[in-house]
Design a protein around this ligand. Structure first.
Ligand SMILES: Nc1ncnc2c1ncn2[C@@H]1O[C@H](COP(=O)(O)OP(=O)(O)OP(=O)(O)O)[C@@H](O)[C@H]1O
Ligand SMILES: [Mg+2]
Length: 283
């Protein structure tokens, strides 16, 4: 569905913000960009969705080189960006009806979706009076109105409370189940892990690693195991690495003598691996 080769992009003479990015995304896949602020996530989204067209290299979305897209490109593509541009003087419902009218294809029933994202009571209020979270939820519905084959979502859950973040994440997973392809950006490792089939770590406009979240987590770091045991009636703690636990004589002796009281393994989080591979934090 998406093929990006040797992608470079500069906003101005200060030089390339996106440097040599390559990846492919298959139909029905949720592909994520995980990276800190300023890494270039939104820039990549804007290039892929045909907004920034002065890139070098090749970006094909459903076979179209996006630099040469025409207006029909957006018939089958949905976009939900960080700062949603909705019509403030229109109500939530009017916004959805207006955007629906721009598509030739069949669109979803806006009421049903406003209900799902908790906006049915505010459907007839002007969007200028909406909170940021309300605008984000409305913008998400707007992006999926025409049930596009490819969805670009830039930080779709940022600024939402956990309840609504859950609703939006479920709706994103539903898109995947319906066979749609989703590209999303986030600096939230939990979202990346839960939603994405594959994730690219992006720092300074470059992809530093790309794989399934689980594969990334288990690729490098050894898992630390902490165990507790009884000695002279007191509980003590020791730790070892999982890969060499079977050779740890102290651990084996405690295991065989039945004095172990607990074992706890600390697997690396996606953020631990991110820091290990990129030398940078996610925030
Ligand atoms: N319109 C612009 N003109 C010039 N430079 C820009 C412009 N927009 C973004 N940049 C620069 O490009 C780099 C990448 O920005 P981008 O917005 O893509 O990062 P991001 O990963 O989306 O960050 P965040 O997590 O804060 O949204 C930053 O250094 C930013 O200052
Ligand atoms: Mg951004």
């Amino acid at each position: 569905m998406i093929e990006v080769r040797d992608l470079y992009f500069a906003y101005d003479r200060r030089g390339d913000i996106i440097k040599n990015i390559n990846f492919r995304v298959d139909r029905g896949e949720i592909f994520g960009f995980l990276g800190p602020s300023g890494a270039g996530k939104s820039t990549v989204q804007k290039i892929l969705s045909g907004i920034l067209r002065r890139y070098r290299g090749s970006v094909k979305v459903m076979g179209t080189e996006v630099k040469w897209r025409d207006a029909s490109f957006y018939e089958d593509i949905g976009v939900d960006f960080e700062y949603p541009n909705l019509y403030g003087k229109f109500t939530g419902m009017e916004n959805l009806l207006y955007f629906s009218s721009l598509y030739r294809r069949k669109t979803i029933n806006p009421l049903e979706y406003l209900e799902r994202v908790g906006l049915s009571a505010d459907a007839d209020k002007k969007v200028s009076g909406y909170s940021r979270g309300m605008k984000m939820r409305l913008a998400f519905v707007r992006a999926i109105l025409h049930q596009p084959s490819v969805l670009f979502l830039d930080e779709p859950t940022s600024g939402l409370d956990p309840g609504y973040a859950r609703v939006i994440k479920d709706m994103i997973l539903e898109q995947k189940l319906a066979g749609r392809t989703v590209i999303l950006t986030t600096h939230n490792m939990h979202d990346a892990e839960e939603l994405c089939d594959r994730v690219a770590f992006i720092v300074d406009g470059q992809i530093k690693a790309l794989d399934a979240p689980h594969a990334l987590r288990t690729r490098k770091s050894d898992v630390e195991v902490t165990y507790t045991y009884l000695e002279n009636g007191k509980e003590k703690t020791a730790s070892a690495l999982l890969s060499s636990l079977h050779l740890d004589s102290e651990f084996l002796q405690r295991l065989h003598s039945g004095t172990l009281t607990g074992i706890h393994s600390k697997e690396p989080t996606l953020e631990d691996v991110f820091i290990e591979l990129t030398g940078r934090c996610l925030r």
